[in-house]
Design a protein around this ligand. Structure first.
Ligand SMILES: [Zn+2]
Length: 331
């Protein structure tokens, strides 16, 4: 079944070699591995095995490290963006960057993989004009905040009771007028409520699970799940061990299924999607993991069916819900 994965940090992780210390994307001019084939969770070969229709590639910006390495978040965004273009063009027989539904369909027709560009950390936008520049560079969603408080708002990691700031609210409005999707993953509970109050379009949580199943601040409460569903939006359920279970930190399909079932109960079948977050975390005991990388994602189908999801509902999870939102928002 064709897959749309809403979130993966592969582009940043291409710079990482475990022995070489932290923040390597700032130290190295060229990545240590490539998108064609690597030992990460996502590469072109694994995307083919996953029957990928579209992969959202996140450019993840660490604001503290930007400060430390004296590079502006915008410059760092440009560097990672350049590398994304470079990696895609090295594989242009197999994969193409797309910006909307029609381009996605065209690439599918050519039997190629599709890639969307997005940014995790809205802090690279310091004036609203830059949103238009980001759009021109193909950015199709922005995760408003990561784990640092910014001029945009407050993340779940800092304080759930403080939300979007004035600039953040303006940013949401401009993003929606331009057709850039608003991603609320990492945002505080109050921040998600603020977005829900002003949104005129479906919003997404590109990689968030259910707090009712795993009590982690990064996971969404039932109230917020319902709010995102009511906006017509989608939630990409992720494979991060510490967002899946309080008890067992290894990735078990049964834990993933529990989040799908709960989100379905609370928000309905049009809400569910996949946002793996692959290459954005390190599994604690990989030898026990059932879903090690994107190529294993089809292993979800059978347990979803056993859990009671019908074939058309599984298709919604894998691609139809994401397609609906892409079609609605991206111009
Ligand atoms: Zn994240």
């Amino acid at each position: 079944m064709q897959l749309i994965d809403l979130h993966a940090d592969t582009l940043t992780s291409l710079y990482y070699e475990m022995s070489a210390g932290k923040n390597q994307e700032f130290k190295l001019n060229t990545p240590v591995s490539n998108l064609t084939a690597n030992t990460l969770a996502i590469d072109v070969a694994k995307l083919k095995q996953a029957d990928s229709l579209a992969q959202f590639f996140v450019l993840w910006l660490n604001l503290q490290a930007c400060k430390e390495y004296k590079i502006s978040p915008w410059e760092h965004f440009l560097k990672l963006h350049h590398e994304l273009i470079n990696q895609i063009s090295l594989n242009n027989n197999s994969i193409s960057l797309v910006q909307n539904y029609n381009e996605l369909m065209m690439v599918q027709h050519q039997k190629k993989l599709a890639a969307f560009t997005c940014v995790e950390e809205g802090g690279f936008i310091e004036s609203l004009d830059q949103l238009n520049q980001a759009l021109q560079l193909g950015v199709r969603y922005i995760t408003l905040v990561w784990n640092y408080e910014t001029h945009i708002g407050v993340p779940a990691a800092i304080d759930q009771s403080r939300g979007l700031k004035k600039f953040g609210k303006e940013m949401v409005e401009v993003m929606q007028s331009l057709g850039i999707m608003v991603d609320v993953s990492h945002l505080s509970d109050q921040g998600v409520k603020d977005v829900l109050q002003i949104t005129k379009q479906p919003i997404i949580a590109s990689h968030s699970n259910a707090r009712n199943i795993c009590n982690h601040s990064r996971n969404l409460t039932d109230e917020l799940i319902r709010g995102i569903a009511d906006s017509g939006g989608i939630i990409g359920i992720n494979c991060v061990p510490y967002f899946l279970s309080d008890i067992d930190p290894t990735i078990k399909i049964s834990q993933l299924i529990a989040h799908f079932k709960h989100m379905h109960k609370v928000g309905g079948e049009n809400l569910l999607a996949i946002g793996s977050d692959f290459d954005g975390f390190i599994g604690t005991t990989p030898e026990l993991d059932e879903i090690k990388n994107i190529a294993d994602i089809q292993k979800l189908i059978q347990p979803l069916a056993v859990a009671g999801f019908k074939p058309d509902q599984i298709e919604k999870i894998f691609n139809q819900n994401a397609l609906r939102v892409i079609k609605t928002i991206m111009k």
